[in-house]
Design a protein around this ligand. Structure first.
Ligand code: FAD
Ligand code: NAP
Length: 314
């Protein structure tokens, strides 16, 4: 028979939103359970320098997330390595089935499942994923020492990844569909000054080219967005950094979403359309998507869950 655990507050996700919710819910004596999911620590574990989290002039993403985990644990959050596979939000207590087989029931739920990397959706991209195509420079950059690589995108992630990859690659081509970067100015300036990075404006990647035996990338085909001209760029690695989509699989059919799947919350609140279910961080934020805003929303969600539970008891 499945093991069942009941908690007043179940926090799903272990990024800045989840851990901050854990700190606040624990200090409200709600004895929360937090489930870490497949990526303990969330997106910041896939990056290196974080330079804009208050209190840290510079900190490594994974180190910051270890500190957040320790903080949540020290305040009393029970942190479990488990993945929620489906949720029943039709009645309270809510029920969450998990990969381990444990069934979690909860009087309130804080959804903090964050976001995941987007892909271009090309067959050739799929074919060479893990064989030269990646969405994580910190995970895979090391394999491309002395080689030429391309990065696709024009936001903070693409620029940071291109800069980071210059530690390994002989040359990095940044392929962007416009001639203006979306990234912060300070990052764009660093990119433009880096002699190893060659921006390729007004181009879109249309095909990853490679060999089957041994399986690996040899180049990419790009198409000029204005002239339609197709060019092939030789490279061994292709890093896709075209943004992130909310990880809404658990709730997309039961909660209202907008702007490409972000969970809708009430104004100035983390309350969703189901009383007792709160959403925080990148899952709900189509606008700022920062560690500090996610942490702020985690705090809000825990305080709102506390008030909700107090009202129910009252
Ligand atoms: P996430 O960090 O996305 O964490 C989501 C969590 O949910 C994960 O732990 C995952 O395992 C868990 N989860 C998902 N599904 C389930 C499930 N079914 N069951 C259980 N758990 C689940 N922001 C900054 O402010 N500064 C930066 O320098 C910065 N650098 C970045 C660099 C990169 C490469 C990237 C990708 C992002 C960067 N960001 C940065 C953005 C920042 O990482 C995000 O805004 C932030 O991590 C969002 O936090 P979150 O808690 O909402 O979710
Ligand atoms: P993003 O800001 O949404 O940028 C995505 C980039 O990819 C854009 O330049 C976009 O082009 C391009 N793009 C999107 N779809 C494409 C497609 N199909 N083909 C080609 N190009 C495509 O995403 P992000 O850079 O991953 O950042 C996500 C969030 O995390 C942001 O809020 C960001 O600030 C945050 N973040 C912060 C830091 C930091 O603070 N240092 C670091 C990383 C991420 P257009 O510009 O033409 O739309």
């Amino acid at each position: 028979m499945a093991d069942t655990r009941h908690t007043k507050v179940l926090i799903i996700g272990s990024g800045p939103a989840g851990y901050t919710a854990g700190v606040y819910a624990s200090r409200a004596m709600l004895e929360p359970i937090l489930l870490q999911g497949l990526e303990p620590g969330g997106q910041l574990t896939t990056t290196t320098d974080v330079e804009n989290y208050p209190g840290f002039t510079e900190v490594q993403g994974p180190d910051l997330m270890i500190k957040m985990e320790e903080h949540a644990r020290a305040t009393g959050t029970e942190i479990i390595s488990d993945i929620i596979t489906d949720l029943d939000l039709s009645k309270r207590p809510f029920t969450a089935n998990s990969d381990s087989g444990t069934v979690y029931t909860a009087d309130a739920i804080i959804l903090a499942t964050g976001a995941r990397a987007k892909w271009l959706g090309l067959d050739s991209e799929e074919k060479f994923k893990g064989f030269g195509v990646s969405a994580c420079a910190t995970c895979d950059g090391f394999f491309y020492r002395g080689m030429e690589i391309v990065v696709v995108g024009g936001g903070n992630t693409a620029v940071e990844e291109a800069l980071f990859l210059t530690n390994f690659a002989s040359k990095v081509t940044l392929i962007h569909r416009r001639d203006e970067l979306r990234s912060e100015r300070i990052l764009a300036d660093r990119l433009m000054k880096n002699p190893k990075i060659d921006p390729l404006w007004f181009n879109e990647l249309i095909e990853v080219v490679g060999e089957d035996n041994p399986k690996g990338v040899t180049g990419v085909k790009v198409k000029h967005t204005k002239t339609g001209e197709i060019t092939e760029i030789p490279c061994k690695g292709v890093f896709i950094a075209i943004g992130h989509a909310p990880a809404n699989e658990l709730v997309k059919h039961v909660l209202e979403t907008h702007m490409g799947g972000y969970v809708v919350t009430q104004p100035d609140s983390t309350a969703t359309s189901i009383p007792g279910v709160f959403a925080a961080g990148d899952l709900t934020d189509h606008k700022y998507r920062q560690a500090v805003t996610s942490a702020g929303m985690g705090c809000m969600a825990a305080l709102e869950a506390e008030r909700f539970l107090a009202e129910q008891e009252g």
